[in-house]
Design a binder for this molecule. Structure first.
Ligand code: GLN
Length: 549
């Protein structure tokens, strides 16, 4: 019998930001655990073709896929929870869908027809969803529609979902993730906003099959019944999802409510018994996230951290998770402090405060703001033997610091900041020159998977234990080959290079000189997974434990 792919649409009710992405990822995991092949799609309703041109303060992290697509952080959640690699077909924006339809129209693919918003846009959405399912040979495709119901922006995607339900009535289901507020003056959980959200969804011709009830606390039986009555959802398909300490508990909590059984039943798909091997590993990982002692203190240094009164930790979600996974693997809990590098520019005496941290991470970044502050931190970490891990910009700034203070090239800098400097230790890649001249910014960096070779007898080799690696990239500049010999002569080791030897991928100081002073031109954080932490992050954390105060 032909395998019929099942589609689970996840939509948001009331407000966004209550964990739709984690819900979608968790549903994926519990189904994977029942022997099903699962893939996931994120739909972002904005016009941007991808997340690459957006400021992190606008959008949070740009998650880079192996094929170089610059996407939303939820894609990272899917990859981490499901332990799979997704591609650009798994990510959709309004801009991307319209661009394709217009391209088709120009190519006469609609054969002289009038091309209309409905049905041609939803049909393109549907064809992408099916393609993602086919590519992954998926039993189940989970599709998260960004935003909340009732928004003008995501209407065409809901329309696509409605049309799919007509095409495959037995194979399409809807899960609404809704928020139930408990106003402090009432002290009582209110269901009315959720009732209204379900009605709004009904107005799009869609009936939710499940409701995930997010709130500060659990949903009680009385309110379950009320929602059931007014929203046409049986009480056993209303799942209480109160706030939790760790997002990794969520799949476990869902299974306490037997959600995978209920999903398999409604989808009429034969699920296997839970795979105890995966499940037990996940449980023991989730347990470690509750560790309340054995801290390791990490300073994350950069800009972009603040917006108004809030810290934008979302901009570096993958880095945070990668640090945590490696810390958990060493039975430690990472406590990450956000340090604004501009503070060191205003007040260099603050540098000594860095001594209280067990390790320092400088994540990726762009532009000149706060860079001198970061460079002074790199110097401090090098001279005081504090473990330092630089990711992308963090590696470029490591090399600049070394060139300035060891090679004596006081004006060493990157072309990104000062193209007039005599010592452009970090320079534009040949392939990028034309693009920039023509203002071609979107999707034009060195993006996605590239191979690198690892040199023997290095920290990198100790960590990876292999000669050849593949890691994800997102940068326009590179270490200038003209300076490499001098840097090496003066002690810096390029332990990872592109296979042709031209591009420097990893820079480090030998273990005898510094416990961990290493930077990568790529972004290892994108490959860190809960059950398989990234080897370089683990090597860094081990060095931090050695340095632990
Ligand atoms: N701004 C640097 C470049 O484009 C580093 C980019 C990054 O850190 N992702 O090369």
């Amino acid at each position: 019998m032909e395998k019929r792919t099942k589609y689970i649409f996840v939509v948001g009710g009331v407000i966004s930001g209550v964990g739709k992405g984690i819900t979608a990822s968790s549903i994926g995991l519990i189904l994977k655990n029942r022997g099903l092949t699962v893939t996931a799609i994120k739909i972002d309703p904005y016009i941007n073709i991808d997340a690459g041109t957006m400021n992190p303060t606008e959008h949070g992290e740009v998650f880079v896929l192996s094929d170089g697509d610059e996407t939303d952080q939820d894609m990272g959640n899917y990859e981490r929870f499901l332990n799979i690699n997704l591609t650009r077909v798994n990510y959709m924006t309004t801009g991307r869908v319209y661009q394709k339809v217009i391209e088709r129209e120009r190519n006469l693919e609609y054969k002289g027809k009038c091309v209309e918003v409905v049905p041609h846009i939803p049909l393109e959405v549907i064809s992408r969803i099916k393609e993602a399912g086919r590519n992954a040979k998926a039993d189940v495709v989970i599709i998260e529609i960004g935003g909340t119901v009732g928004e003008y922006q995501n209407m065409l995607f809901l329309e696509a979902a409605r049309m799919m339900k007509i095409e495959f009535p037995k194979d399409v289901i809807f899960v609404m993730v809704s928020f139930l507020p408990t106003p402090s003056n009432l002290g009582e959980m209110k269901t009315k906003p959720t009732q209204n959200a379900v009605r709004t969804l009904n107005a799009s011709g869609v009936q939710p099959d499940f409701l995930i009830a997010r709130g500060d606390t659990s949903l009680d039986q009385k309110r379950k019944e009320k929602i059931s009555m007014f929203c046409n959802i049986s009480p056993d398909r209303i799942i209480s999802a109160p706030d939790v300490e760790s997002i990794y508990d969520i799949p476990l909590n869902f299974e306490k409510e037997k959600l995978s059984d209920k999903l398999c039943e409604i989808l009429e798909t034969s699920c296997k018994k839970p795979d105890s091997k995966i499940w037990n590993k996940w449980k023991s990982f989730a347990n470690k996230t509750h560790n309340k002692k054995d801290f390791i203190k990490i300073a994350m240094i950069g800009k972009y951290f603040e917006t108004g009164d809030f810290i934008l930790s979302d901009s570096y979600l993958s880095v945070i998770e990668a640090i945590k996974y490696s810390a958990y693997s060493q039975n430690k809990k990472a406590v990450i402090s956000w340090v604004n590098s501009e503070d060191f520019e205003k007040n260099p005496s603050k540098l000594k405060d860095l001594k209280k941290y067990d390790g320092i991470v400088v994540p990726g970044g762009f532009g000149s703001r706060g860079v001198e502050g970061i460079i002074s931190c790199v110097k401090f970490a090098r001279e005081n033997k504090i473990p330092y891990f630089g990711l992308c910009y963090g590696m470029q700034l490591l090399v600049i610091e070394y060139a300035r203070n060891i090679l004596g090239l006081k004006d060493a800098i990157t072309r990104e900041i000062n193209p007039k400097s005599k010592n452009l230790v970090v320079d534009i890649m040949e392939s990028q020159k034309e693009l920039l001249k023509n203002n071609l910014y979107g999707g034009s960096m060195r993006l996605g998977n590239y191979k690198a070779f690892i040199a023997d007898g290095t920290i990198a080799k100790d960590a990876y234990k292999t000669k050849e690696i593949t890691e994800r990239h997102r940068h326009r500049y590179e270490i200038n080959p003209a300076y490499i010999k001098d840097l090496e002569k003066n002690g810096l080791v390029f332990s990872g290079t592109s296979p042709d030897g031209h591009l420097m991928e990893i820079a480090e100081l030998p273990k005898e000189k510094h416990p961990f002073f290493l930077g990568t031109q790529f972004h290892p954080e994108f490959l860190a997974r809960p059950l398989t932490p990234h080897p370089l992050f683990t090597a860094f954390i081990k060095a931090c434990i050695g340095n632990s105060k």
